[in-house]
Write a protein that binds this ligand. Structure first.
Ligand code: GLU
Length: 524
């Protein structure tokens, strides 16, 4: 039985949130909600050099778009801010107090070695085929408060000499580490280095701030990416040094490139043409497209990410999960240990599945919105705004949706797969025209127009019956009529049933298109 679950997503605001980070946030959210717990957003902005303006706002917008909002975090009301502030840059005093505790208890020490000196040590070790590690093995030979006299140390600090404060790692202790996903691991502390916890600029490093905050914010479970597994030993030692209870840990597997070789990176997305960010990022001339802007439904992205490294187990083949279903089914025990291969096609498949579930009326509204947004961009869609048909007609759009839906992955596909419903073809696929527009086609099309003219009521069923009747009576082959007819209406051999197209376009527009094709393609 788990008591009071409090989990946190703790990104550093160094740029846009990669989908690996989004998945970490999602797993934290699912775990919290499953156990009626609290999902916290903490901004780990102690590294001012890597701070990027706008990154925090981006992270919050992304979580809200995905519908996985946090219960505590920056910017919320005071009632939700019991454990705040939630930005580490606003918690400096807290870290100062805690580093002093470690110093007093002998778990940390001042070190004055300059970057040049450390470099020298590194090089001289390398020359001997060794690796330099700042720890029990050599710390007494280096420039720190363990090796220097107390009054010299004091003088150097008072003098304003730059220093760092390092953790005094135990010389030889067998540590047992537990991870919900990976099980129990053992490590000998003799291989650990004395990590820097605090710098003379008054800022803690990630390790100190992270542990202090997880403790003060009463985090019960630390769910984070696998890249933090090497820090686990230090973190457990820090909890022990403070005399605090250690939270439970779960390190999530990496998200791998589609080839399975190496970690998924932004460059893979650029190369293969899929987003690796939830929403578009624009900053200082750097821009990257997001799932939202590419037309993905947030539910589909959440569903896809949830299954990237987790499955319900028990041989379940279920793939489509709503958010409440995910909350019910999720467990950390069923997160896999090995990396999860990212599959861009599967991501589209998820979107396709969600699109099929949306009611046609709703899709028509989304299509209308999509077209309205495009109309504001005259350079790319001049044709659409000047010659477009039915661009304000929601009923018409609903019918387009009905005819194209099965083949669409995105709302924008209604426009690309069904462009001929909105714009009459201006060109005809040359190869097809050469093949299907024969010597006698123009004459036959003229006769066909007369047949179409007389059809009433003008619905797909009647249109089909009448045209087929005429073809049979004329002893023609179906292809001889249907192919040039489709070419006239669509401009290519594409689209749904011809009779559905004619019925939706209406009598006047259909006849006009056939006429135009006769003029353009006819040789008379
Ligand atoms: N700030 C760290 C990151 O950016 C957080 C790691 C953790 O969750 O402990 O990933």
């Amino acid at each position: 039985m788990i008591n009071k679950v409090r989990v946190r997503f703790a990104p550093s605001p160094t740029g846009p949130l990669h989908i690996g980070g989004v998945r970490t946030a999602l797993y934290n959210y699912l775990f919290a909600k499953k156990h009626n717990g609290t999902f916290i957003l903490r901004i780990e902005d102690t590294d001012q050099k890597r701070y990027v303006e706008g990154a925090e706002a981006y992270i919050i917008e992304a979580l809200n778009w995905l519908n996985i909002p946090f219960d505590e975090g920056p910017g919320l009301s005071e009632k939700q801010n019991l454990y705040g502030p939630y930005r580490q840059s606003e918690r400096k005093d807290i870290y100062l107090k805690h580093i002093n505790t470690l110093l007093e208890r002998g778990h940390a020490y001042y070190a004055f070695d300059t970057a040049e000196q450390l470099d020298m040590h590194r090089k001289s070790h390398e020359e001997k085929g060794k690796t330099f590690i700042y720890n029990w093995h050599n710390r007494l030979k280096l420039e720190n408060s363990l090796s220097l006299d107390a009054d010299i140390v004091k003088k150097r600090i008072d003098n304003g000499d730059p220093y760092v404060i390092r953790f005094k790692s135990p010389e030889s202790e067998q540590l047992e580490l537990h991870d919900i996903i990976r099980g129990t691991m053992h490590i000998d502390t003799s291989v650990l280095d004395d990590k820097v916890l605090f710098k003379s600029d008054g800022m803690p490093t990630y390790h100190l701030a992270n542990i202090v905050d997880d403790h003060l914010m009463e985090i019960s479970h630390v769910i984070r990416g696998e890249e933090w597994l090497p820090s686990l030993a230090l973190h457990v030692l820090l909890y022990k040094a403070f005399g605090w209870e250690v939270p439970q840990f779960a390190h999530l597997p990496l998200i791998l490139k589609p080839t399975g070789k190496g970690k998924l990176s932004k460059r893979d997305g650029d190369k293969m043409g899929f987003p690796v960010f939830p929403i578009t990022w624009n900053s200082n001339g750097e821009s990257a497209t997001g799932y939202r802007e590419e037309g993905y439904f947030s539910e589909a992205v959440v569903n896809m990410l949830a299954l990237l490294g987790w499955n319900e187990g028990k041989g379940s083949e279920k793939e489509i999960y709503s958010l409440p279903e995910l909350i019910r089914a999720f467990s950390l025990e069923n997160v896999s240990k090995s990396g999860a291969k990212f599959n861009p096609d599967k991501t589209k498949w998820f979107n396709h599945q969600y699109l099929q579930k949306i009611d046609n009326k709703e899709l028509a509204k989304l299509l209308y919105l999509h077209i309205s947004l495009m109309k504001t961009n005259p350079t790319t869609h001049q044709a659409l705004s000047s010659k477009g048909l039915h661009l304000d007609d929601l009923m018409y759009m609903e019918k387009v949706v009905e005819l194209i839906k099965e083949r669409a992955n995105f709302v924008k596909d209604f426009l690309s797969l069904g462009s001929f419903f909105f714009i009459a073809p201006d060109t005809y696929n040359e190869k097809t025209a050469a093949k299907v527009w024969k010597e006698d086609t123009t004459e036959l099309m003229k006769n066909l127009m007369a047949v179409i003219e007389k059809i009433t009521p003008f619905d797909a069923k009647h249109i089909e019956t009448e045209i087929k009747k005429w073809i049979v009576a004329k002893e023609l082959s179906f292809g001889k009529i249907m192919q040039p007819l489709r070419l006239s209406l669509v401009g290519a051999m594409e689209g749904p049933h011809v009779f559905d197209i004619i019925s939706l376009l209406g009598k006047t527009e259909s006849i006009e298109r056939i006429k135009k094709a006769c003029t353009r393609l006819g040789n008379s």
